[in-house]
Write a protein that binds this ligand. Structure first.
Ligand SMILES: Cc1ncc(COP(=O)(O)O)c(C=O)c1O
Length: 390
């Protein structure tokens, strides 16, 4: 007999929610690390935006309401205050605004980045070399992990910012952000945790995560679409951060319409930029509501169980998974080495199993709508494609 807990779990994830996502009628979808599956709810939300445009033209008040509804939903998800959340058009925009607020011309000019940062973080960091920055890379140990000690070795009183992605988009490793933040804060440095590959599938609480800025977007585990992101900024550090990359939505009063000065908002809105991406806001509020109803702790438990099933199956195949076995060191993404990953992704796609790749690794992303049969379908296909696994 199912326990009460099983019943609760089944009520909001897996088979119980799958009907909301039409793609599963024709595919085994394992690519949420690239794009979350489209739901009926998100489609309806986007159609509401189109209908409003048709009926009324510019629905300015409604757009502002959606912008704030998104900010509030992110605040709830991250256990944060609404005033500490910026609405951004991408991780790139938010991080560029953040970095533009750093004084990199003096002694404290170093940006430390992990080897697992998404390209945009590395590229923004290196762009600051034009403003006097020095970039220090922290590389993984031979087992693929980057323990906090490696960061501590790279951090000193010259460090302005430490970038430690919460979960690697290319290996599935999870960083110990709290321990890294402790080392950074001891040296007076700020910490940025790009959490795009975790948020929505891993419970994140900014009160315990330890970072000073937490960012991500809506395309993946938040079940929305492109053009929209968020950045939480610790209120204690915000006052001394004045972004020089900015826009009128970051002003203390967007209706002042002044071209005579720069007056950034007192809240994290100072990291917003121009007119928000309205269709993406509608989609994101819909997608986030599905995540919130399921509950991230429940999603995380579900996803961890599926990842364990997958890793066990990969072991049986004698495959080389690079993602750690310990649940606390991984999340929804499992990566496994291939001898020809392009051919492997194509062979899986031919069977309507949708996954992705980075470097020589197959990436398998698990989310609230996946079920054990998805993992078994993939493992059966991988057994047939065994020569393509390293
Ligand atoms: C970890 C991570 N950071 C950032 C991005 C992209 O950020 P942006 O919103 O700037 O496109 C991605 C994926 O596209 C990602 O996986």
């Amino acid at each position: 007999m199912a326990s009460t807990r099983d019943v609760d779990l089944n009520a909001s994830v897996g088979a119980a929610i799958r009907g909301e996502f039409p793609i599963f009628e024709t595919a085994t979808y394992l690519n949420s690390c690239s794009q979350g599956a489209l739901s009926h709810r998100v489609r309806d939300a986007v159609e509401t935006w189109l209908a409003g445009w048709d009926a009324n033209g510019a629905e300015w008040d409604f757009w502002v309401e959606r912008n704030e509804a998104f900010r509030e939903a992110i605040a709830r998800l991250l256990h944060a205050e609404v005033d500490d959340v910026a609405v951004t058009t991408s991780v790139s925009q938010g991080v560029s605004a953040l970095v533009s607020a750093l004084d990199l011309a003096g002694e404290r000019n170093r940006i430390v980045i992990s080897e697992y940062e998404f390209p945009t973080i590395g590229q923004i960091a290196h762009a600051q070399e034009l403003r006097g920055a020095e970039v220090v890379h922290v590389r993984p140990d031979s087992d693929g992990s980057i323990p906090p000690e490696r960061f501590a070795e790279a951090i000193d009183e010259r460090t302005a910012l430490v970038c430690c992605t919460t979960l690697s988009y290319r290996s599935g490793h999870r960083h110990d952000v709290a321990a890294i933040a402790e080392a950074a804060h001891a040296a007076g440095a700020l910490v940025l945790a790009d959490s795009y590959q975790a948020c929505g599938a891993v419970e994140l609480d900014v009160r315990s995560l330890g970072a000073d800025a937490v960012t991500g977007g809506t395309v993946k585990y938040l079940l929305g679409t492109a053009g929209l992101g968020y950045m939480w900024v610790r209120p204690e550090v915000r006052a001394r951060l004045l972004p020089t990359q900015t826009g009128w939505f970051a002003d203390e009063d967007i209706f002042a319409m002044s071209i005579a000065d720069y007056s950034p908002h007192a809240s994290a809105r100072r990291f917003d930029s121009g007119t928000p991406p309205v269709p993406s806001l509608y989609a994101a509020v819909g997608g986030l509501s599905l995540v919130a109803e399921a509950g991230v702790p429940t999603i995380e438990e579900h996803v961890q169980a599926l990842a364990t099933r997958l890793l066990d199956g990969l072991d049986e195949l004698g495959a080389a998974a690079v993602t750690p076995r310990e649940p606390e060191r991984r999340g929804p993404l499992v990566c496994v080495r291939s001898t020809d990953v392009g051919a492997l992704v194509a062979a899986l796609a031919a069977e309507r199993i949708i996954a992705s790749s980075r470097e020589d690794k197959l990436r398998v992303a698990l989310h609230l709508y996946n079920v054990a049969e998805d993992v078994d379908t993939l493992l059966d296909a991988l057994r047939r494609q065994r020569p393509l696994l390293a």
